[in-house]
Design a protein around this ligand. Structure first.
Ligand SMILES: Nc1ncnc2c1ncn2[C@@H]1O[C@H](COP(=O)(O)OP(=O)(O)O)[C@@H](O)[C@H]1O
Ligand SMILES: [Mg+2]
Length: 225
């Protein structure tokens, strides 16, 4: 059986720069299998998305929804309740659940991958939010998502604050313009741009433009609405 490798992807940029538009273009079409950890509730009204509120007992609701839609695909936004919730805890529980539902993939009895989108990842996977031990399921997914058929797309306005083990060795990094207040993040991401011409172009790059970096390429592109 040949299977395409599941990928880990990082998308950084200021509000309105086009991050979610780009993420959406990665799973357009029928049969998508997507779960978005959506702390700000941006995705729940997107076409084809079903929202699950992460109130007590929500992992069971998610499991049921996945079972119902397992054959045809699903687009689910996990949204915290309006009076609080914990993006970190939601991400941790989601990773735990993905290790359960993707067990057949790991055992080579099923080929279907899932895409986990972590919207506003600087809230959900940042040092000091929960103990390092509590993050173990997320760390495992970062290390082993490939073998479990879980693609990960991390999205943030503040790349410097996302835990380094996610950022390191992503298959693809997409850099949109960042907010000027986040000088440390700007320095961090510019270090990833190896092409000097693109590095200087990045400083004045308008919205909807981004630099795509892989192991062997670095290009400036534009989102398609
Ligand atoms: N190439 C484009 N041309 C015009 N508008 C765009 C383009 N790409 C994205 N947009 C629009 O810009 C707005 C912000 O994009 P969005 O992807 O939501 O940004 P972000 O997620 O970074 O905040 C959205 O209304 C989106 O439809
Ligand atoms: Mg967005």
């Amino acid at each position: 059986m040949t299977r395409e490798n599941a990928k880990r992807i990082f998308i950084a940029g200021r509000t309105g720069s086009g991050k979610s538009t780009l993420a959406r273009s990665m799973f357009r079409g029928a049969g998508a299998r997507v779960i978005v950890c959506d702390p700000k509730g941006d995705w729940q009204h997107e076409r084809g998305f079903k929202a699950i509120v992460t109130a007590p007992g929500w992992p069971l609701a998610l499991l049921r929804t996945l079972r119902t839609h397992w054959q045809k695909g699903f687009k689910i936004a996990l949204v915290p309740p309006p009076d609080g919730g914990s993006p970190a805890q939601d991400l941790i529980e989601t990773c735990k659940l993905l290790f359960k539902v993707q067990k057949p993939y790991h055992e080579r009895q099923d080929d279907r991958q899932i895409t986990l989108v972590m919207e506003e990842m600087s809230f959900s996977y940042r040092q000091g939010v929960v103990s390092p031990e509590a993050y173990a399921p997320v760390q495992s997914m970062i290390r082993m998502g490939r073998d479990w058929g879980v693609n990960m797309i991390g999205i943030t306005q503040s790349p410097g604050t996302v835990n380094r083990d996610y950022r390191a060795n992503c298959a693809e990094v997409y850099l949109f313009a960042l907010g000027i207040s986040d000088a440390k993040s700007v320095t961090d991401v510019k270090a990833l741009i190896k092409d000097p011409a693109l590095k200087s172009a990045y400083d004045t790059m308008p919205n909807y433009h981004y630099i795509r970096i892989t192991d062997h390429s670095c290009d400036m592109l534009k989102t398609k609405k």
